[in-house]
Design a protein around this ligand. Structure first.
Ligand SMILES: NC(=O)c1ccc[n+]([C@@H]2O[C@H](COP(=O)([O-])OP(=O)(O)OC[C@H]3O[C@@H](n4cnc5c(N)ncnc54)[C@H](O)[C@@H]3O)[C@@H](O)[C@H]2O)c1
Length: 332
């Protein structure tokens, strides 16, 4: 069944990453909304869309829509998703779900009242390396997770000279407020923060945490690295086993091999030596390592009534609550 979507936000992210995933999931853009006429008419031409609205309230009132999608920004995500839900329409929204946890809670409440799902764009759950890691952790052989360390960095580009890190927290850190508990299998319990700021706009902080299930960990986040370098790494520690995920695509599973130096017959033991995976970027296939395609496929299936394990507004609310706890510690 072709789904008719009303789409809000014709900016960079929608145009480059999200809208190209719609057609292949049998989703037709029936109407568009953006306050920037030029951006909207460009996307309208590209996808053959004639119903163009500058106000999201007019878009959600367009007849014949099956759901609303949006990649705009925190305040509009909250307001437009509530408007869509009040018309009985399911929603796909990019992160963050709102500017505050209270806003995300209002969307969650509207979703419950309407009985319609809100899928939130936590595509890092779908990135190839993270997904492989989650599957390994769940299949049982890894055993108990003991510790988790990681890094999520970005550059000061958007924040130069600007000591207000709201954008960094809302647009970047929120990803790990979802991903880390998702991988650990439990929520943060204690949280501590240490920070350093060499100049306005540049911040580095270490978030220390424990989780309800006993996992301990630390995530390094900040605005002091170049986006021309890999930005993310994760280390998950078990007992004589550890998983490393670098740059969301390179995965290594270290286990418990025998020493090899003194063994002239040493080879590699498939049951004990390191397993690793890295993708082939020369494959003439548009492989989805970042996870946008898989996320939109799950969002479409959910709107069609299938049961998929998608990140929802309840996950978005938890992520915003964790984020606010973290910000309070940073700004204390
Ligand atoms: N998951 C990811 O990897 C990822 C990556 C980038 C951006 N995003 C998210 O996507 C969202 C958009 O980011 P972007 O980089 O595309 O920003 P952008 O500024 O390029 O695009 C936003 C668009 O929304 C429009 N807009 C703003 N206010 C509006 C309003 N009141 N009514 C109608 N249109 C309005 C703007 O004119 C613009 O075209 C953000 O929430 C961001 O966090 C997610």
């Amino acid at each position: 069944m072709t789904l008719n979507i009303g789409w809000i936000g014709c900016g960079r992210h929608a145009r480059q990453m999200l809208l190209p995933q719609l057609g292949i999931n049998d989703i037709r853009i029936a109407a568009l909304c953006d306050k920037d006429e030029a951006a909207m008419s460009g996307v309208g031409r590209e996808y053959g869309v004639e119903a163009l609205y500058s106000d999201y309230r007019d878009l959600v009132a367009h007849s014949g829509l099956d759901f609303i999608g949006m990649a705009v920004g925190p305040d509009l995500h909250e307001n437009a998703s509530i408007a869509a839900l009040q018309r009985g329409l399911p929603v796909f929204m990019e992160k963050p779900p709102a500017s505050t946890a209270a806003g995300a809670r209002a969307v969650a409440e509207a979703s419950r009242l309407a009985g319609q799902p809100v899928i939130v764009g936590f595509m890092k759950r779908y990135s190839t390396g993270n997904r492989i890691a989650k599957n390994i952790l769940e299949e049982g052989d890894f055993g108990q997770i003991l510790g988790m360390t990681g890094a999520y960095m970005t550059a000061p580009t958007y924040f130069v000279g600007e000591p207000d890190y709201t954008g960094f927290y809302l647009h970047h850190c929120v990803h790990y407020m979802d991903l880390i508990p998702w991988l650990m299998g439990d929520d943060f319990d204690d949280m501590t923060v240490r920070k350093v700021s060499p100049s306005p706009g540049k911040i580095l902080f270490h978030l220390g945490f424990s989780a309800g299930n006993g996992v301990i960990g630390n995530v390094v986040m900040g605005t002091v690295q170049s986006r021309g370098t890999p930005m993310e790494e994760l280390r998950i520690m078990g007992d004589h086993v550890r998983l490393e995920i670098d740059n969301i695509i390179n995965v290594a599973l270290y286990r418990d091999p025998a020493f090899k130096a003194d063994d002239p017959a040493a080879t590699l033991d498939p049951a004990a030596d390191t397993l690793s995976w890295t993708p082939n970027f020369t494959a003439a296939a548009n492989e989805d390592h970042k996870g946008y395609k898989a996320l939109i496929a799950d969002a479409a299936a959910t709107v069609r009534g299938e049961n998929r394990n998608v990140p929802t507004i309840e996950d978005g609310l938890l992520a915003m609550e964790r984020l606010e706890r973290m910000i309070a510690l940073i700004e204390a």
